[in-house]
Design a protein around this ligand. Structure first.
Ligand code: ADP
Ligand code: LRH
Length: 465
């Protein structure tokens, strides 16, 4: 199978194999991804991504299936001929500034949360669609990114459920589109295509020799969490650590309490009807933007130097809104240090240490709050995604959270993608537990135990109380 996994910082096509006691993904093609500013908007290069996807699938050779997952919330609009109306806009664009406030004047955050269970993020699909205004009248369908690529491959139109659940237009309890909510905010329900479950065969890709295309957990985070190597019966939290850190718990049902709303936790739909109760932590985006500002790409070298820098010399609230848009992160970090009475980092190693520590502190806060609000105990954290290659982040997260961090697999999203395809194509993987057992058996996982003398509780109290 080919797993196409499109992250915000890179896309990759992985060739995956599944069998009894066998699970492997090999990278066939990797290509950079990111925002393209053109005129007033920040876009994705969607046609470039499609071209790379096709090239990667072709390079993968003979295949039994193809599955695509990507970052959530963003979409393309189609007209009634099925043609793309405009280039998909990047969720970090500022076009939704002021829109959440406008929407909440008509629909209270509580009533929105009651239906959708979604955290307030300025780029939720709902807000992006509202920002389109009259342009929506020309559209007949809205397709999220993996659904758009699936449509181009197969001609079939639909909305895979895990990604649909990130739009803030999906009823998390009824598991249907929230059409009356959509109408109330001026989004025509005709834009919302029929829902499909992960594991559905979407169609065949004629351009690729008729290979079946399977709807996987098309939200990358859904695929990544499906491949978390948790053992049955363990009290685990997860952090899907890449451009974002998606930190939280897997639950059987949504938590829509006042506490969950106040703490801005989301209830996203997972593979096999699970709920991901989590919050978006700003993630390694801040670090990669810092490297971009410095015009350097030697992350391992900087991380080695940062590990020599003292822990918790300075920490900032990494989730503050100023860190969302692209730009000069070192300047923003220094400003945040000054605003909280801390001395800005004196050199690059200290700046990187400050970013990693701030991220680990946000992991601590988020996982503690998730456990408290959901009434769960957390005995260990599974950290998957590109961040599992960052030893300093894994160790700092274990230190900050006070529980072991089990790091890996790095390519969890691609593994989850392949596992759901394999099941759809007949492999005996009846449930998430059997998928995770296969991940545990076959993938490298590294354990970090809490250590060190840094006082994370005091750092949290200083910054947030
Ligand atoms: P996304 O899917 O959001 O594009 P990934 O899961 O691919 O993100 O993770 C990308 C991040 O992984 C990078 O921003 C970087 O911080 C981290 N990373 C990648 N390679 C390394 C490495 N060799 N050492 C430490 N961190 C790494
Ligand atoms: C991670 C992710 C995350 C979303 C964000 C837009 O790649 O899908 O789960 O909140 O991108």
């Amino acid at each position: 199978m080919a797993a196409v996994d499109l992250g915000a910082s890179s896309g990759r096509v992985m060739a995956g194999t599944v069998g009894p006691s066998r699970l492997a993904v090999d990278e066939v093609r990797r290509f950079p991804n990111g925002g393209v500013r053109a005129g007033p908007l920040l876009y994705w290069d969607i046609l470039g991504l499609y071209r790379e996807t096709l090239a990667g699938i072709r390079e993968a050779g003979r295949l039994d299936g193809v599955g695509i997952d990507s970052w959530a919330v963003d979409y393309g609009l189609l007209d009634d001929r099925g043609a793309l109306l405009g280039n998909p806009v990047h969720y970090r664009d500022s076009r939704t500034d002021g829109i959440p406030a406008r929407v909440s004047a008509r629909l209270s955050p509580r009533s929105l949360y009651d239906v959708t269970g979604l955290q307030q993020l300025p780029f939720n699909t709902l807000y992006q669609l509202v920002s389109e205004g009259d342009r929506l009248s020309a559209a007949s369908t809205m397709l999220l990114i993996p659904d758009l690529l699936n449509y181009w491959l197969t001609g079939s139109i639909g909305a895979e459920r895990t990604n649909a659940s990130t739009t803030q237009l999906y009823d998390v309890r009824a598991r249907t589109w929230a059409t009356s909510l959509a109408s109330r905010v001026g989004i025509p329900p005709r834009l919302l295509p029929p829902l499909r479950d992960p594991g559905t065969v979407v169609g065949t890709a004629d351009e690729l020799g008729g290979v079946p295309v399977v709807a996987v957990g098309s939200h990358d985070t859904a695929s990544a969490v499906a491949a978390v190597p948790a053992a049955p019966g363990t009290n685990f939290a997860y952090i899907s650590s890449g451009t974002w850190s998606l930190a939280g718990l897997e639950l059987p049902a949504p938590v829509l309490s006042d506490a969950a709303l106040a703490a801005n936790f989301t209830n996203e739909g997972g593979v096999d009807g699970t709920i991901r109760f989590l919050r978006n932590v700003m993630g390694l985006w801040v670090l990669s933007e810092t490297l971009r500002t410095w015009s350097t790409s030697d992350l391992p070298l900087l991380l080695t130097a940062a590990a020599e820098s003292p822990a918790l010399a300075a920490v900032v609230d990494i989730d503050a809104p100023e860190f969302l848009p692209p730009g000069d992160m070192p300047a923003r970090i220094s400003a945040a240090c000054q605003a909280t009475g801390q001395r800005p980092s004196s050199d690059r190693a200290a700046m990187v240490r400050c970013i990693v520590d701030s991220l680990a502190l946000a992991h601590r806060r988020t996982i503690h709050e998730a456990a408290r609000i959901a009434g769960r105990q957390v005995d260990m954290i599974h950290l998957v995604g590109g961040g599992a290659r960052n030893e300093l982040l894994c160790q700092s997260t274990a230190d900050a959270c006070g529980v072991p961090v089990l790091a890996g697999p790095v390519e969890a999203a691609a593994l989850g993608n392949v596992l759901v395809q394999a099941r759809a194509l007949g492999e005996d993987l009846p449930d998430l537990a059997s998928m995770r057992a296969l991940v545990r058996e076959t993938q490298e996982i590294r354990r970090y135990d809490p250590s060190g003398t840094a006082d994370w509780a005091a750092a949290e109290a200083r910054l947030f109380s």
